[in-house]
Design a protein around this ligand. Sequence first.
Ligand SMILES: Cc1cc2nc3c(=O)[nH]c(=O)nc-3n(C[C@H](O)[C@H](O)[C@H](O)COP(=O)(O)OP(=O)(O)OC[C@H]3O[C@@H](n4cnc5c(N)ncnc54)[C@H](O)[C@@H]3O)c2cc1C
Length: 371
Amino acid sequence: MAETTDVAIIGGGAAGCAVAYYLAQSGVKSTIIEREGLGNQASGYAAGGLNPLTGVGIPGPLGDFAWECYELHAGLYDGLKDASGIDYQHRTVAKIDVALEESEIDGLKETAERLNAAPGFEARWMDTDEILKLEPRIAPGILGGLYDYGNTAADSHKLTNAYATASGATIHEGNVTGLESSGGKVDRVMLADGEISCGQVVMAMGPWSRKAEAWLGVYIPVDPLKGEILRLELNSGPINYDISGGGASIYPKLDGLNWCGTTEDWKGFDRSLSEEVAKEIRRRLDRVFPELANAKLAKHTACLRPVTPDWLPVLGQAPGWENVYFATGAGKKGILLSPGIGKSVADLMTTGETTLSIKGYSPERFATQID
Ligand SMILES: Cc1cc2nc3c(=O)[nH]c(=O)nc-3n(C[C@H](O)[C@H](O)[C@H](O)COP(=O)(O)OP(=O)(O)OC[C@H]3O[C@@H](n4cnc5c(N)ncnc54)[C@H](O)[C@@H]3O)c2cc1C
């Protein structure tokens, strides 16, 4: 007998798995269709920073939603950990953003004020001596920095799997090759080796979302932005802060490795590991945390962020389709945004509305741009 599901979710990254989780909270069972294993693309290799107050579009069109997602994460942890049996290590982190140029200082001081005003955050500008007291291995040539406490972090691979496990969704390994429809409704998801009949469909294909343009005739400008990370071992003891500056970011992880990067390159779907990029990461580290510039490599990873022209996610019903929804385009913030993506899309699918601040993220905003 042909496989049937109420909701077919195409893509088992953080976005798709979060939709499955929140649908399950409303009593809706789904099937996640994934061709390369759950969380084995960007959602498994992200740095896992849940930083709601900084980044593209914050403050700005992503600000309210980012903060809502940060709060959702905080409320989710105990229940999701218990329901899934997966401890994805949600925790609060201290962070130092160092200034390497005079021109960066005013901006960092302004950010300190803004962060300090946010509930649960502490932030202030520190001069070089204060920073070096916190972490003496930081390069002595820095010009001070912003210290803050309040951002959170999680293991993104475990989080993605926790959503999926707790959702009780059927996991179907397979490559989706098309959709079959009738009268503005998708009836079947076509796979390389079969098909699944469905009541509703969620397109959560991350950087591969444009594939759906041909299937649906809807313009979905999501493009892959490559990011590489070096996981480095340090013999001189753990680093207690996330650190960034001069294009380098350092994320000390609970496994003792320091994830360093993160780069941004428009290279299409190329996921190869670049020696040139590895050297560039080490060059940047040398200006911020010299010991890491020569530290032993434990692992080098590369993966692709799903980015839209306005750097905002694509959430909601596909224009012209009765039963198709998008959950994609989260760019550099997809782990932070995942609970909001999951909840808002599940809300729309089950009730037609959501209280989350996703106005402006509808796929409709690109509708006029179809060639
Ligand atoms: C280096 C790096 C660091 C990052 N750091 C952070 C961070 O600190 N904090 C943060 O919030 N975000 C971070 N991100 C961003 C975050 O990783 C992404 O926004 C997020 O993972 C996107 O999730 P997704 O589910 O939309 O896409 P993906 O994780 O790419 O999942 C999409 C899935 O769809 C599957 N798929 C696609 N097409 C098909 C098909 N036809 N059939 C079956 N399966 C299909 C793919 O195999 C894939 O598993 C980082 C990203 C990178 C690259």
